[in-house]
Design a protein around this ligand. Structure first.
Ligand code: GUN
Ligand code: ZN
Length: 429
């Protein structure tokens, strides 16, 4: 088994910098090293000490580059890759105009294979080593995504998107077929290689209560798998949910009454939450996922990072492509910073980096395994050039400290900042 030693500036976390002082729990070692054996990280420590202890390791010296855990995108839609940056619509119109016609194409396995591979390659080029994706209603779209991820050695989460109303005929399943197909896909893919299945009702407006109940029953049979959906994204959507579910206490209740609220739940967007919804999410330990470029691009609203972190909710960070406008988790961190600023809150660079790695991993209940630069974790690693463009370099050279040197890359960086990506101990770019 080959042992690799990566030298550079390493970023590690001993705790969540939202819950403990960032200068105590986020550590940048300016002469750090990461020791990889096979698919796993064996140790993270000082370069000199690890070099002396492992003289036979294959050394890659990244100099002043920053070595961190690979980025974990906690919510996206790989079938929307081809329609990213489509102009001029808000959520419901955007779904009907751009999204549903594109998603209708994914019954064609050849097309699904091509887009799945393209999306995963784009993610890797941007330093993202785990994607959490909605597929389409077509089982072929799920097979395509998991197969493409397995070929690349990537840890991914995905599921068949279920819809049995308020969608074109070509994109509707039924309560029974959603249950049957999801069950079969779950049993085939969950735990195979690095795949994890997520039961995936798209959102309450496109599922009848019968379908939500059927998927709730499936989750009760497999409580260890993840469940992903959308929650409280846009005001017009909230009004629609009220019309469709007149008896529900609130949006979350449309899921809760059907058995779709639990610790392994991932609720994308979660912007306009009512106090009862926050209480219930917090009671069960479900995760919310912040999709900042999407929330500004589709015009959805300002996620309450400070309030939800204070309540102790696990918060993941995500691109939400193609509603989101970028494949880059750097750009996504920048948008998270900007949205927090609009709410009067300045997120520290360590908090942004936490969200994009450990935060998303904990939301996926995979903390310590992915998104983690530490012994025992999968060796999914990104190496970043902190002076990747002239604009970033002229700012970074004036940095007062290491965080001041990292922040320009968070705010202005893109795939040009990604020097190398390692997936399961193998350099892939
Ligand atoms: N709500 C339901 N479906 C979607 C989707 O595909 N993207 C976004 N951003 N929100 C949704
Ligand atoms: Zn989404």
């Amino acid at each position: 088994m080959t042992t690799h030693l990566l030298l550079g500036q390493t970023l590690t976390f001993s705790d969540d910098p939202f819950h403990a002082p960032w200068d105590e729990v986020a550590l940048v070692n300016t002469s750090g090293a990461v020791l990889i054996e096979g698919e796993r990280i064996l140790a993270v420590g000082d370069a000199a000490a690890l070099r002396a202890k492992h003289p036979d390791a294959e050394v890659t010296d990244y100099g002043r580059d920053l070595i961190t855990a690979g980025f974990v995108d906690a919510h996206m839609h790989y079938p929307q890759t081809g329609i990213i940056a489509s102009w001029g619509k808000q959520l419901i119109d955007w779904l009907n105009t751009y999204t549903f016609p594109e998603e209708s194409r994914f019954g064609d396995k050849v097309y699904a294979d091509e887009v799945a591979g393209r999306t995963l390659d784009l993610a890797l080029a941007h330093g993202t080593t785990t994607l959490t994706s909605f597929c389409t209603i077509h089982p072929e779209s799920v097979d395509a995504f998991f197969e493409a991820a397995e070929a690349r050695g990537m840890a991914v989460v995905a599921g068949k998107t279920c819809m049995d109303r308020n969608a074109p005929d070509s994109l509707r399943d039924t309560a029974q077929s959603a249950y049957d197909d999801s069950k079969q896909l779950l049993e085939h893919w969950n735990g195979r290689a690095r795949a994890r299945y997520a039961i995936t009702p798209r959102f309450s407006p496109t599922s009848t209560p019968e379908q939500l109940q059927a998927l709730g029953a499936l989750w009760a049979e497999h409580p260890d798998v993840l469940m992903q959906t959308h929650l409280s994204e846009q005001p017009a959507e909230l009004i629609w949910v009220e019309e469709l579910f007149p008896d529900a206490r609130d949006y979350l209740d449309t899921y809760e009454t059907c058995g779709l609220l639990g610790e392994n739940g991932l609720f994308g967007h979660s912007i306009h939450l009512k106090p009862r919804e926050v209480n219930r999410l917090s009671d069960v330990g479900a995760a919310v996922v912040h999709c900042p470029t999407s929330n500004t691009f589709i015009g959805s609203g300002l996620f309450d990072m400070a309030g939800l972190k204070e309540r102790g909710l696990p918060v993941g960070l995500a691109t939400d492509t193609g509603g989101g406008s970028s494949f880059s988790m750097l750009r996504t961190m920048a948008a998270a910073y900007e949205i927090a600023q609009l709410r009067g809150d300045a997120l520290h660079p360590s908090q942004l980096m936490w969200l994009a790695t450990e935060g998303s991993a904990h939301a996926l209940k995979a903390g310590g395994e992915i998104g983690h630069l530490g012994a025992g974790a999968a060796a999914d690693i990104v190496v970043m050039d902190l002076v990747s463009t002239a604009a970033i370099e002229q700012r970074a050279v004036r940095a007062n400290d290491v965080w001041d040197a990292i922040f320009p890359t968070i705010m202005m960086g893109d795939d040009r900042a990604i020097r190398d990506v390692w997936v399961a101990g193998r350099k892939v770019s």
